[in-house]
Design a protein around this ligand. Sequence first.
Ligand SMILES: [Zn+2]
Length: 55
Amino acid sequence: METKCPECDCVLKPKKELELGEIFSCLDCGSRLEVMSLQPLKIQPAPVVEEDWGE
Ligand SMILES: [Zn+2]
């Protein structure tokens, strides 16, 4: 199972099995990525959660 990072286009080859909705970091660019679909494997950048979320 492999896919490409949507941010830097490097090939991602997760060692373990990914779960739907799992968030992991691209080893190349450090972007936080979220698993959107498993079959086929689809990855998209995970929304950034700011520390001071709110008004
Ligand atoms: Zn990347």
